[in-house]
Design a protein around this ligand. Structure first.
Ligand code: ADP
Ligand code: DP6
Ligand code: CO
Length: 352
């Protein structure tokens, strides 16, 4: 039996991916850009074993077996990586025919799954990266990102560290739809992210189904698609110049617009809750109290949990502020994590 274990980090988009032009190949309707968080804090850890005695492919997620017979996305990743392995085996008959062996996958997320903290990004990136190691594939991270994209769109960005764009591409076969690193994690070490777990409950509408409903029913989405290309350019510039003012405003505006198209979806999708909105208001008041100079920026994925970007210098004060207005509650196991690069406090309580 051959077995390999790897971890992959979460990435949190500052220009959001929301909408597919091809649901089979997972090709998006717009470019997106994210920050990969340090995997010391939030990660998926995946072990895969290949054994010819196994009956079929199986997945255990967070200790519980999942029925993957209808999970097309996982099968996309299995199929693509097995095809690459098969090519190697065809060229070298001394290789163990791992491409024909059933696989057992065991994965753990050390943070809430399906709660809007990008578990599909770290989870499917970990799956593809671990498969690549198991099969000893010589392929580049760019190749692997194209495969991870077919597991979950956002997963293509988790194969790179630092600041990462997912270029939507224009080819019908998806060959140019993959992630590209804009800058490494060392580029902007003063920047940190605070992850506030407002709720660890599984969301009511998955990202996959939510974005499809938006594409089918939101007239506002057409407007968004006109706006994103300009934002992508401005965001790349802000990151390369380490311009926190531009970075913060673009991040908050894009998060708000993404949640607006969710509200414009018919029937509407509500990912934010009262606590999420309270944190948005608090961050705006905090920035206003600093003379309108942005010290912090919030962003929310498809869930109620906040991610706050700020400088390392200001983060301590921001944690105190949030802990003051949203004090720890006994019943709810709410937590916050800070990231990336320099951990201020790895785990604490945040009320909701
Ligand atoms: P999130 O906001 O957490 O990314 P999604 O709705 O996009 O939520 O995706 C959640 C789904 O991703 C889970 O229901 C599961 O199918 C898949 N997933 C999450 N973590 C893993 C993992 N570690 N390994 C395999 N699949 C995973
Ligand atoms: C709001 O990548 O989870 O987090 O491709 O259907 O698996 P699928 O969706 P997913 O969508 C992520 C949406 C988002 C924004 C982002 O990460 O860019
Ligand atoms: Co997801």
């Amino acid at each position: 039996m051959t077995s390999v274990t790897c971890t992959a980090p979460v990435n949190i988009a500052v220009i959001k991916y929301w909408g597919k032009r091809d649901t089979q190949l997972i090709l998006p309707t717009n470019d997106s850009l994210s920050v990969t968080l340090s995997q010391d804090i939030l990660h998926s850890k995946t072990s895969i074993s290949a054994n010819k005695e196994y009956a079929h492919d199986r997945l255990w997620l967070n200790g519980k077996e999942e029925d993957i017979t209808k999970n097309k996305r996982m099968h996309n990743c299995f199929r693509e990586t097995r095809a690459l392995r098969r090519r190697m085996e065809d060229e070298d008959s001394s290789l163990v025919p791992l491409s024909t062996y059933p696989l057992h996958v065991c994965s753990e997320n050390n943070f809430p799954t399906a709660a809007g903290l990008a578990s599909s990004a770290s989870g499917l990136a970990a799956l593809v990266f671990t498969l690549a190691k198991l099969f000893n594939l010589p392929n580049s991270m760019t190749d692997l990102s194209r495969i991870a994209r077919q597991g979950s769109g956002s997963a293509c960005r988790s194969l790179f560290g630092g600041f990462v764009a997912w270029e939507m591409g224009s080819e019908a076969d998806g060959s140019d739809s993959r992630a590209v690193q804009i800058a490494p994690d060392t580029h902007w070490p003063e920047l940190e992210a605070l992850v506030c777990v407002v709720s660890d409950a599984k969301k009511g509408t998955s990202s996959t189904s939510g974005m499809q409903q938006t594409i089918e029913s939101s007239p506002l989405m057409k407007e968004r698609l006109q706006i994103v290309p300009g934002r992508m350019e401005a965001m790349k510039k802000a990151i390369l110049n380490k311009d926190f003012q531009a970075f913060a405003e673009l991040t908050m505006r894009d998060s708000n617009q993404f949640h607006s198209v969710c509200l414009d979806t018919f029937p509407p999708i509500f990912y934010l809750n009262d606590t999420s909105r309270g944190i948005i208001q608090l961050i705006h008041e905090y920035n206003a109290a600093n003379g309108g100079v942005y010290k912090a920026a919030y962003t929310y994925d498809a869930g109620p949990n906040a991610v706050i970007y700020a400088s390392k210098e200001d983060m301590k004060e921001i944690i105190q502020l949030i802990a003051h207005y949203f004090p720890p509650s006994e019943e709810k196991k709410s937590t916050y994590f800070t990231d990336p690069y320099n951990v201020l406090q790895s785990k604490d309580s945040l009320g909701a």
